[in-house]
Every structure is written in structure tokens, then in C-alpha cells.
Ligand binder design. Sequence first.
Ligand code: GDP
Length: 211
Amino acid sequence: MAKEPDADALVIRNVEFLGGMAETTGWRPDSSLPEIAFAGRSNVGKSSLLNSLIRRKSFARVSRTPGRTREINFFRINNQYVLVDLPGYGYARISKVKKAEWRPLIESYLRRTTQLRGIVLLLDIRREPSDDDRAMLDFLAEVEVPTIVALTKMDKLGKIAAQVQVAGISRTLALQPDQVIPFSAVTGEGRIELAEAMMQLVEARPEIASE
Ligand code: GDP
């Protein structure tokens, strides 16, 4: 029987850790593959979402390595695209100085990359978007990066409450309905939708800047 084409989006054959970018002017991989980046405040469920999406022990191992959590980590997937794991922002338990560090690093990556096709921004479905979340969305709009918003931990709400939150957050942040994907790493809900949306970004033709 013919394979569902959509199912292909989820087949991860190969994951290779390329390295981490730790400073604004520091190393980043020299790659011509499309990049998709993942961002969100600490504790939003980014590691859980990425582990659910990628399902590779090697991936989970790197993302748990101490010291890597404040770097931008690059993973080549299926030799087709590069997944960019941006550091979680707004971590309350670290000092104010450390807290502010994420911004120049993330902004520097976003300004320097020529390969970025889109960002998946993670927001907790139960929470009001924070000032940091809004600042990130504003910045993404400014640099004109296509953005998908994944609303994490949807299993923590009932169906109706989840719908109310999806509508409320979409309205507050002026998001289009097809930009917003509710997700749960516990039940796997939203995983296929997210993988499909991500692959659409990977496969989208970049706009050629007019000279
Ligand atoms: P990160 O800091 O953004 O990487 O967040 P983690 O993935 O480490 O998750 C933070 C906490 O939220 C952990 O205790 C996770 O078990 C929990 N968590 C993450 N995703 C989900 C989810 O989809 N459902 C539920 N119920 N808990 C989640």
C-alpha cells in the first residue's frame, strides 16, 4: 500500500549534533541546509517537545549536557535540514545578568543566519504570554521570520479550556489560526501537525532578496 506522504515528515533517519554557538560572534555551523529554530522560555516544555519530535537517544543526551542549555545547539536531521535549539529565556532562577544574556545571543543568531526558514515559538497553553514572549514575537516580525506557535502541555487542560486558551492567546498575540498548534509531549497530540508545519517551512522556497 502506498505510504501516506504526510507520515514521511516524521521519519527521522539520522541526527547529527553539529555543535553549539555560545557567543554572539562565536562559531556557528557552515551549512547550506535550511534551518528551523525552536524558542521559548525555560520550562515551557521545549526539551520534551523536541524529544517527542526527534525520538533519538543521541538527541536527548546532547540537550541534557550541562553547559549546553545556554548555547544555541545545531542538529543536522536526515541530511535535509538543521534543527536549531535556542536557549530557553527568562530563567527566573539565575541572576539578572545571566537572564539578559539570551537576548543578544539569540538576536545575533537570527540576524546572522541566511538559512533560517522559520521559527517554532513555544508558549505554555495555560499562561499569559510573558513580556519576553512578546519581545521575541516582535523581534521575529521585525526580522520577518515565518513563525509557528506551539502551545505546550495541552494535556493539562480539558478540551474546552484548551480551546478557550488557543482562541485567547491567538487573539492577544494577533496570530493566524494556522500559525497555532496545540501540543502535548505526554499524549503526542499535535506532533504530526507540528512536524508537517515544520516540513512545510523546510521545503518552502526562500524569498530571494532583490538586489
Ligand atoms: P524546557 O525547560 O523548556 O526544556 O522544559 P522541559 O521539557 O524540561 O519541561 C519542563 C517541565 O514541564 C518538566 O517537568 C516536564 O515534564 C513538563 N512538561 C513538558 N512538556 C509537557 C507536556 O506536554 N505535558 C505535561 N503535562 N508536562 C510537560
